[in-house]
Write a protein that binds this ligand. Structure first.
Ligand code: C5P
Length: 310
């Protein structure tokens, strides 16, 4: 490889997400549940640098070297690069470098952000020039949350969460993220929800296979009013996540006691998102929680999806 080729690189930044609303319906035959969700991209980012190379390789920084992030084909960014190469018949590889800031297995779509960033980075590096629609299709094949990491902003996700429609969101929402050292496995949390629903036997009918986001959630986002949104945020997976990790309910209680308007488990958890009235309040609540031994991150949303920077 020439020196020029060896030094060619593309740097892409993609955001983590929280689920402002997450309704879970029944399970389809493919094992995936019907969803109606509202994603919001927040200002906590994954950085992916793609460098021209003959083969495919991956390095990761910003996480414990404990095997929690695989470096082989189980890694979603690696799968994204190879899927793009196959789909475009690109010969040659890429050396991917991932700098992580989004918690691993935290319910914030960090792995999905890596995959979205890798798609955008390799598309630019290789000059494959795919249309946004084709990139979206490839993203959906990688995972239900990957298309949203491409698009960013605030969006309604239906189907498996991968059919996206932008949601009108005014202004800025301030969130504190209480992260956990121990992650939660997404399939385990969905499985526990199914068990809880079976055990309760309370549902007169099977959970629906098609569902909508409630109007008050969309209205609160449109007005940009955090008090309205605080009344509307909800996550059907929360009961299952709290069943597996009862401390998450305590985190929400402590956040609200410290001055947050409301708290919700993000996605399948264990990250808890605490909604605050404004940046100043978020800072005050963050200080109070720090005095109590917690260390929540202050982020805001919505922010843009996967973008080339530099
Ligand atoms: O698509 P992704 O790889 O993120 O999904 C991980 C797992 O989460 C799936 O294998 C499935 O067990 C569960 N899941 C689900 N229904 C969805 C999305 C994810 O059951 N809509």
């Amino acid at each position: 490889m020439s020196l020029a080729a060896a030094t060619r690189s593309v740097h892409v930044r993609a955001p983590g997400k929280i689920n402002v609303y997450l309704g879970v319906g029944g399970r389809h035959d493919d094992g995936y549940h019907a969803l109606a969700t509202v994603f919001q991209a927040v200002s906590l980012y994954e950085d992916v640098i793609a460098r021209e190379a003959d083969d495919f390789s991956l390095t990761v920084s910003g996480v414990e070297d404990d095997g929690s992030v695989p470096l082989d084909d189980r890694n979603l960014a690696m799968r994204a690069a190879k899927l793009l190469a196959t789909a475009t018949e690109h010969r040659g590889g890429v050396a991917l470098e991932i700098r992580k800031s989004v918690p691993v297995a935290g319910g914030m779509g960090g792995g999905s952000a890596d995959a979205a960033a890798a798609l955008v980075a390799c598309d630019a590096l290789w000059g494959t020039g795919l249309s946004p629609a084709r990139l979206h299709d490839l993203a959906a094949r990688l995972g239900a949350d990957v298309p949203f990491a491409l698009h960013g902003g605030t969006a309604v996700g239906t189907g498996r969460g991968d059919q996206l429609n932008p949601a009108l969101a005014r202004g800025r929402f301030d969130w504190l993220l209480a992260t956990s050292a121990e992650g939660l496995s997404t399939p385990t949390v969905y499985g526990r929800l199914d068990e809880l629903r079976d055990e309760e036997g309370a549902l007169a009918d099977d959970p629906p296979l098609s569902l909508d986001v409630p109007i008050p959630v969309l209205h609160a986002l449109r007005t940009g009013d955090p008090w309205q949104l605080a009344d509307a945020i909800h996550n059907d997976l929360q009961a299952a996540a709290v069943d597996l990790r009862p401390d998450l309910a305590v985190t929400i209680e402590r956040g609200v006691a410290a001055g947050a308007l409301a708290g919700v488990v993000s996605g399948s958890g264990p990250t808890v998102a605490l909604l605050c009235a404004d940046p100043e309040t978020a800072q005050r609540v963050q200080n109070t929680l720090r005095d109590e031994g917690m260390d929540p991150l202050h982020v805001h949303g919505p922010v843009a999806g996967a973008r080339i920077i530099g």
